[in-house]
Design a protein. Structure first.
Lengths: 235, 235
């Protein structure tokens, strides 16, 4: 709108530190079908990713949010692309990545999917059973490898030895920045606060427990600083 | 309240055909944990079970609704017990069954659960993987076997040869009545209408496509008739 355009021009430059930048965010869980009724998923609520999308939009960025199934509303000023499976999410991210300056992988993407998807509902039988699983493609690692100009922020959600896992994951995937959930994924999922251990080329920082909205604003501010001074682009 | 009590006494008897009866309904999906973050589930929205609980309450019954995770509100006059896994749901149903005259198994209970639940999030490795599954206990079959005085209504959701599957399931589990989803579970889940193929000792009936609320009222009316004339209690 004209009013919004005027407000944008009149806002102090510092208030819109991501003006002109394109930020792509993934959020929420994925669903990996076993058959028409059953699927494998996880407890991600999508809140951290949605908070990051909202904070990036607030900072003036063009924001595209690739989202697995959640009950959350699309944040103001954000364009959302809805997906179900890890393969859908990979395809949607790759379709949007060319335009992106920043990719934030906040989705809890399934690491594995069932090897076969049955067309009809699988009938139960008396005995035990097993599901054969195959690895899904690693979305953020593919982005970091194929689009090295893109600033990448990933998340680590291991329940044991989180700091070492976060540092290792950042190095292994070639990410610009990583944020480890300090409270553990079973606590972090579904609640509205968290604490983060954030690592980039400049070092590690501890973000004290706060709401996901406040943590998201702080992460977005840190990304904007890094883009401005062009330090910490690669490990 | 006094007003409600008066209204109940003044209503024509036919309007509250389940007055004094205790109806126990299960609804929604179950979630079977693999580890603190991942789980196996299904697309059940819980709408049919919630509609049946609402219709039973409207017909004057005392209604307890044992519900897996859904986004639905508790219907007026219904007491809800929230559960997650198939084992939780089995325990909750068995804790309530002594008082029940009718058990409606409308939940989409997982047939299988992972054999092991990891305490920490399972780390991914490079290769493929598999999940060993074991059968869960069959809640409605256990109710029919151990509480033969209870009127049982089950649902069949097979995608192939539904009529034969429904008749077979009713006989095998010893249910009083069974309703087969004519449109198939992948269509029925999440939408607000359905068509049913209903079988009891008196024969089979086809319920034409209608809203789940209308189908639920018709099923509850049929149960009330059967309880009144005490026919069709067992196959």
């Amino acid at each position: 709108t004209i009013v919004a355009a005027l407000a944008e021009r009149m806002a102090p430059a510092g208030a819109r530190p991501l003006a002109g930048q394109h930020v792509l965010v993934s959020a929420g869980p994925t669903r990996e079908a076993l058959d028409p009724v059953r699927y494998l998923t996880n407890h991600s609520s999508g809140r951290m990713g949605y908070a990051l999308a909202a904070a990036a939009a607030h900072a003036g960025a063009h924001v595209c949010l690739v989202s697995g199934p959640t009950t959350l509303a699309v944040p103001a000023g954000v364009r959302r692309v809805d997906v179900q499976s890890a393969a859908d999410m990979h395809a949607a991210v790759m379709a949007e990545i060319e335009a992106a300056d920043v990719f934030i992988g906040a989705a809890a993407v399934a690491d594995y999917r069932p090897a076969d998807i049955a067309t009809d509902k699988i009938k139960k039988s008396d005995g035990d059973a097993e599901i054969r699983l195959v690895r899904t493609r690693d979305i953020i690692a593919d982005v970091a490898r194929d689009y090295p100009r893109v600033f990448t922020l990933g998340f680590a959600a291991e329940t044991t030895d989180m700091e070492a896992a976060a540092r290792d994951k950042r190095a292994r995937k070639g990410l610009t920045m990583i944020a480890g959930n300090v409270v553990g994924p079973n606590d972090a999922f579904g609640r509205d606060d968290n604490a983060l251990f954030v690592v980039d080329a400049a070092g590690a920082q501890y973000y004290e427990r706060d709401t996901k909205a406040a943590l998201a604003e702080r992460l977005i501010a840190q990304i904007a600083e890094r883009l401005a001074d062009k330090t910490g682009q690669r490990a």
